[in-house]
Write a protein that binds this ligand. Structure first.
Ligand SMILES: NC(=O)c1ccc[n+]([C@@H]2O[C@H](COP(=O)([O-])OP(=O)(O)OC[C@H]3O[C@@H](n4cnc5c(N)ncnc54)[C@H](OP(=O)(O)O)[C@@H]3O)[C@@H](O)[C@H]2O)c1
Length: 281
């Protein structure tokens, strides 16, 4: 049995879907099972990350491995890891961030959150694997409302370059690390297969929708929180600073998705095809 935190999220949903499709028992944790809409093969369990140990214990009964997403466990990582270990879990695969690397700005709030989580996981006594993806392709959902409203998308840094990774590829790597031996003590740095600019992403989404979308760059000082609905307000200044540093700079590209899963990483064009309906009114 695999226990998945963040099961309704960007990475958790394809993870649970892939495990269920392979008929691997998976317990999908969510705060609200009624809204979760997870595949029928998954066992869906209500999860309150702040619950007492006695209430957490049943979530890990019969489980061998845990997928850990900080978005879902918040400040309660240690309690969740302790409950997992007590319940017999031997292996944890955690979703970290590519920002954690040698030479990183160790004061960056996104670094601080994930480096702290990694440390807790390494010290948990469980076998561990860390996934450090760079930019998710799902960040493109930040433009969904504007795209539904018209053909012009406003935002900063038209020339920002990333190698966006499809969430199904992060999930596919997680599946292998959860099920296979040989990943203990490993950090997997994960990216998409090619560098894509903001302009390129808008163009690719437009192509899939059959529309001529246009990106209009706004100066960073005119950026509003609405342009980044998935980013907590307190993180936005640091994120914009990091984003500015990617303009015209070739991003890191790894081949880890293919080496771990046997399948090449999906392109941003494939992502846009998979999600075109999410951008329709
Ligand atoms: N976006 C990027 O480019 C990027 C890059 C590298 C790393 N990351 C990291 O990846 C992680 C996010 O992964 P994701 O996008 O898969 O997660 P997500 O979709 O944002 O969230 C996963 C699930 O967590 C639960 N959740 C959300 N907010 C919560 C809260 N305040 N309290 C309790 N539960 C909450 C929700 O599930 P329920 O409502 O069903 O409970 C949600 O579906 C973060 O640690 C992020 O820093 C992101």
């Amino acid at each position: 049995m695999i226990v998945a935190t963040g099961a309704t999220g960007n990475v958790g949903r394809p993870l649970v879907t892939q495990l269920a499709a392979a008929q691997i028992p998976v317990r999908a944790l969510t705060r609200d099972p009624l809204r979760a809409q997870l595949p029928p093969g998954a066992e869906v369990a209500r999860f309150d990350p702040a619950a007492e140990p006695a209430a957490l214990a049943p979530l890990f009964e019969g489980a061998s491995a845990l997928f850990l997403n900080r978005s879902a466990v918040g400040e309660h990582t240690d309690a969740i890891l302790a409950a997992a270990r007590k319940g017999g879990v031997q292996r944890v695969v955690m979703l970290s961030s590519g920002i954690v690397q040698d030479g990183a700005d160790e004061t960056h709030p996104i670094y601080v959150l994930h480096a702290d989580l990694e440390k807790r996981v390494r010290e948990s006594g469980l076998d561990w694997t860390v996934l450090r993806p760079n930019a998710f392709a799902t960040n493109a959902f930040q433009w969904a409302e504007q795209i539904r409203a018209g053909d012009t998308v406003r935002g900063p840094f038209a020339g920002a370059l990333t190698a966006p990774i499809h969430e199904a590829d992060i999930a596919a790597v997680a599946v292998r690390a959860l099920l296979d031996d040989g990943h203990h003590g490993t950090v997997h740095r994960l990216t998409g297969p090619t560098a894509v600019s903001t302009d390129d992403q808008i163009h690719a989404i437009g192509q899939e929708l059959g529309r001529d979308l246009r990106f209009v760059e706004v100066p960073p000082e005119e950026v509003t929180q609405e342009m980044f609905p998935h980013v907590p307000a307190a993180m936005l200044p640091a994120l914009l600073k990091s984003f500015a540093e990617t303009v015209g700079v070739a991003p890191e590209i790894t081949t880890t998705v293919e080496s771990v899963t046997g399948n090449p990483a999906r392109t941003f064009t494939e992502w846009a095809r998979d999600h075109k309906d999410d951008f329709r009114a």
